[in-house]
Ligand binder design. Structure first.
Ligand SMILES: [Zn+2]
Ligand SMILES: [Zn+2]
Length: 280
């Protein structure tokens, strides 16, 4: 591929859910949004989705309304409910003629990703089982650290994060661009694999659940503070940092304060909001 063609490529990121732990809809979170983790990435015509939190329902509606049945590749960070709760409400899961490949690592001990989703969509948690899903739904289990090739021209690198029960961090490479999605993870001891994953990324979307002041009482919960994430982004040479997986207890006013502080610490940093679009 010529460098001119490579330069012409772009990645469009849209946030459908930016919260961690649990949805927190209400007037005090209306501006940043109350849905849990779901990020859309468009690499040219290819659609990648990261996590299936409650925000994914509206993305599913948009996909169906568009009329496009182009293949969808979905990547799960891990199986905690805030990252999966939206999947049974994702309309393309049940849409005939729709190919949906769900990729995840770390479900070996319960028999793989399909077994994990089968549990989610079973009595008494959900009224219909996975057998009601479209024939085009498939599951790709991988080992964290593997490289994935979901579509032509897209390479996805992975790494194991530090989270209770484990989680997967992703780096999407397309047309000379790199976007990283690293959630959920603690950052008390930084693994060199995470730095390699995020090295010189154009955009890093990262778990910034807490402030440094809140961190001591949440040791072992598997999340980082925004100050730790700023240091990490600096060490990895990241261009644009994007704070993500916000604490549901952080109101819009608190998020505004964090936004002002992070802008001072690392100008150009984005505090992810539901509905926000970033063009890379
Ligand atoms: Zn989470
Ligand atoms: Zn988690």
């Amino acid at each position: 591929m010529s460098s001119e063609r490579a330069l012409a490529k772009s990645i469009t990121i849209k946030f459908w859910g930016v919260r961690g732990s649990i949805t927190c809809a209400g007037p005090e979170t209306a501006r940043y949004g109350g849905h849990t983790s779901c990020v859309e990435m468009r690499c040219g015509d290819d659609l990648l989705i990261f996590d299936a939190g409650s925000g994914i329902r509206k993305l599913g509606e948009k996909i169906v309304q568009s009329g496009s049945t182009r293949d969808i590749n979905m990547f799960l960070s891990h199986g905690h409910i805030d990252h999966l709760i939206g999947l049974p409400y994702f309309a393309p899961l049940f849409r005939s003629g729709q190919n949906l490949r769900i990729w995840a690592g770390g479900f070996d001990q319960i028999g793989g990703t399909k077994a994990a989703i089968t549990r989610l969509m079973s009595f008494p948690l959900f009224p219909v089982g996975l057998e009601t899903a479209s024939d085009g739904v498939s599951f790709n289990d991988f080992q964290r650290g593997e490289e994935l090739l979901p579509c032509e021209g897209i390479i996805i690198r992975t790494a194991a994060l530090n989270h209770p029960g484990g989680a997967t961090g992703y780096r999407v490479e397309y047309g000379g661009l790199a976007v990283c999605y690293l959630t959920d993870t603690e950052l008390d001891n930084i693994d060199s694999a995470w730095l390699s994953l995020a090295r010189d990324a154009d955009v890093l979307i990262m778990d910034s659940t807490y402030t440094n002041a809140e961190l001591p009482e949440h040791k072992g919960w598997g999340h980082a503070s925004w100050q730790q994430v700023v240091d990490f982004a600096d060490a990895a040479g990241v261009k644009t940092l994007c704070l993500f997986h916000h604490d549901p207890d952080h109101s819009d006013d608190i998020m505004d304060r964090i936004g002002a502080e992070v802008t001072e610490a690392r100008p150009g940093t984005i505090v992810a909001r539901e509905g926000e679009i970033i063009e890379v």
